[in-house]
Design a protein around this ligand. Sequence first.
Ligand code: ASP
Ligand code: MG
Length: 412
Amino acid sequence: MKIFKFGGASVKDAESVKNVAKVLQSQGFEECLLVVSAMGKTTNALEKVVAYYFDEGDYNQEIRIIKQKHIEIAQNLFEAQHTVFDEISLFFDDIESFLRRNKSPNYNFVYDQVVSCGEMISSKILSEYLRSVGYDNDWLDARDYIKTDNTYREGVVNWEETEKNIAALDKKKSFVTQGFIGSDENNFTVTLGREGSDYSAAIFAYGLDAKAMTIWKDVPGVMTGDPRKFDNVSLLSHISYEEAIEMAYYGASVIHPKTLQPLKQKHIPFYVKSFLEPENAGTKVGVSDENQQIESYILKENQVLMRIATRDFSFIAEEHLSVIFKALAKHQIKISLMQNSAISLALCLEDKYGRIDTLKEELESEFNIELSKNVALFTVRNADVRELNKFYEGKNVLLEQISQKTIQIVIS
Ligand code: ASP
Ligand code: MG
């Protein structure tokens, strides 16, 4: 089988949904499982519903707006008497009645039950639309296949069960299902983390021993840099799983980091292609001998640089490091880069939950701490070190680290 994943931007309106059919026309839809995200910015809108629900805001009004958007899209795709309209309404009724009856104070649990509806609805619309234009398919509820623990908003996949469920699918058919969601032991919905639909596609690819997986995007493929941030970027035609995971680690947002592991394990080739130009080759991610060693750039913004020094002029030793790492883990602050010298440690950090000041206070009982907020980590892969200077021009460099294939600088 082959796996296709269509993200939110590829189904953001009726025209885009029609374009999915065009992509299938050029690529074929035989023995294919199609994974789809919520339409456009629906996930953000549903997040707002949950926030309002807990803040006693008018969440019903938000639900009505989201519903209206989906109805409008459907009106441009189906005749007025099509059953899809009732099905769309049912999903929204379910959200409303769930919120009315819910007694759980667990934000993450409520979030998953509500926000997952974006994918339920988009997959329903897409499945029905494809059927109406002649692409026969079965609609699958991904929650019957992807089983997770109950870490709401960041579900951990139970691979054994998931693999068994997916392997039972009829490989001669074609399917449309949701990205981003699975379910726990009690069949409550669990999401896999924001932007998790790529991961869902990889899970299905793994379970089905797929011959290939393609992610359809609004860019030509994986580029040597984000075209919104860098000039003169070009398309990478081949990269290895390893290079792709490194790029994701350094902050390239085209590939969701968890996606690569299941694909690499079974050597399933993975393509990133443009849904606007489906005939173009795009990028192939595969085994390492195909890696193209081209200079590429990744900018990770909104970082914090923390310099930590001992108070008593002693070396930064194992005991110090263990105190520091424990504190970082406790506050869920991620290290993007680290460098140490005899008496100091420099950390470039990603502070997703705004806890950096608390961390600073805690560590200050033992160390001298200096913070630079709002810095960026600039990474160059496969760089030519002889041309290092060109990367420094016009930048205030706070830290640099050079290894065999990678130059990293922290800039403000
Ligand atoms: N709809 C989810 C999100 O926007 C999952 C995804 O798009 O991959 O985060
Ligand atoms: Mg999305």
